[in-house]
Design a protein around this ligand. Structure first.
Ligand SMILES: NC(=O)c1ccc[n+]([C@@H]2O[C@H](COP(=O)([O-])OP(=O)(O)OC[C@H]3O[C@@H](n4cnc5c(N)ncnc54)[C@H](O)[C@@H]3O)[C@@H](O)[C@H]2O)c1
Length: 305
């Protein structure tokens, strides 16, 4: 039988490899015969990987150390790691979701990949409106160094809630993917982007707390009537970086079982069409969220009990 996917012996680097979609991606790639270099904060317990590399992607020096342990020539990169912002600060959330992918792409993938190479980033339907808000992202997406991104997002990191970093970082990543797909096409390297809808992964509880219930989350999964499985996001990523997708580059692949179509058709409210950087909105949201957190913290001992 023809080896349609063409992953045999290919060096594949996967971030966020230890849980959810990243782990499902690793399992699929191992099955397809790839040499998988699994990057994560936590151990990757998948049999058959070539190497696990512990690395905090929100730290530039740790990324540099990680790439010292990876073979010089890389065939495919899967940037899957991400943080919701529910348990981490703005800086960490933004850097893990955006800055790490930008830094790895420009400093390592550009020089260590060659014709036929393929990159996929896992962004989110939360970043779907990136085209509408390009003005908010332009400076950050055009910054070429880690330090420049830190400087440009310094004010936001101090004033906006960490959960706002999620939408903004995903918008930046989608725009970056689009712009870099044009640059990398000159080198024969493809770049695509998968935008998952609600998925049952390690992040589920954090998103559920934000919307209030599991039903609320399922309502964000289009007409599926259930959350997606991690595999249902891993397979599109594995497809996009495979030889089956050799003419696909610059694609925003929305994987949300019609959720976006419902919004386009006006059948569902589009809550993503808001600014992620407006200082008034950011300050108001921060105040509201800290008030909510204080109320929750007081609840167990409150007089109502
Ligand atoms: N679950 C959803 O509903 C959903 C929806 C849209 C997009 N996404 C995106 O999917 C991607 C995968 O997340 P998931 O849903 O599988 O969640 P997950 O929590 O199961 O997996 C995320 C992985 O990233 C790793 N990670 C987090 N911060 C890191 C850091 N600083 N350095 C190294 N590794 C780090 C975690 O250890 C974990 O293994 C993320 O980019 C997320 O934003 C998720």
């Amino acid at each position: 039988m023809k080896n349609y996917f063409g992953y045999t012996d290919k060096v594949c680097v996967v971030t966020g490899a230890s849980s959810g979609m990243g782990k499902a991606t690793v399992e699929t790639l191992v099955d397809l015969g790839a040499k998988v270099y699994a990057i994560d904060l936590n151990p990757c317990e998948v049999d058959g990987i070539t190497e696990f590399i512990k690395c905090n992607l929100a730290n530039k020096s740790e990324i540099d150390l990680a790439f010292e342990q990876i073979p010089e020539h890389i065939n495919c990169f899967f940037g899957v790691a991400g943080l919701s912002g529910a348990k981490t600060d703005y800086r960490t959330t933004f850097d893990c979701n955006y800055t790490a992918n930008m830094y790895i792409t420009l400093n390592y993938l550009k020089t260590r990949m060659s014709k036929g190479g393929a990159i996929v980033y896992c962004t989110s339907t939360a970043g779907l409106e990136w085209k509408k808000f390009k003005k908010e992202q332009n400076k950050v997406v055009h910054a070429k160094t880690w330090e420049e991104v830190q400087e440009l997002t310094k004010k936001l990191a101090a004033s906006a809630p960490a959960t706002f970093a999620y939408m903004y970082s995903k918008r930046c990543a989608s725009q970056f993917a689009c712009e870099q797909s044009v640059e990398f096409a000159k080198l024969g390297i493809r770049i695509n982007n998968v935008l998952p809808g609600s998925t049952d992964t390690g992040m589920k509880q954090e998103f559920q707390d934000m919307v209030g219930s599991e039903e609320g989350l399922i309502a964000q999964a289009g007409l599926a009537g259930r959350l997606a499985t991690p595999e249902e996001m891993a397979y599109p990523m594995v497809f996009l970086n495979s030889e089956m997708a050799s003419f696909i580059s610059g694609l925003d692949m929305v994987v949300d079982y019609t959720d976006t179509c419902l919004k386009v058709l006006g059948l569902k409210k589009n809550l993503e069409a808001v600014s992620a950087t407006n200082p008034i909105i950011c300050a108001l949201a921060k105040k509201m969220l800290s008030k909510e957190a204080k109320t929750k913290a007081l609840k167990p001992g409150s007089s109502e009990k």
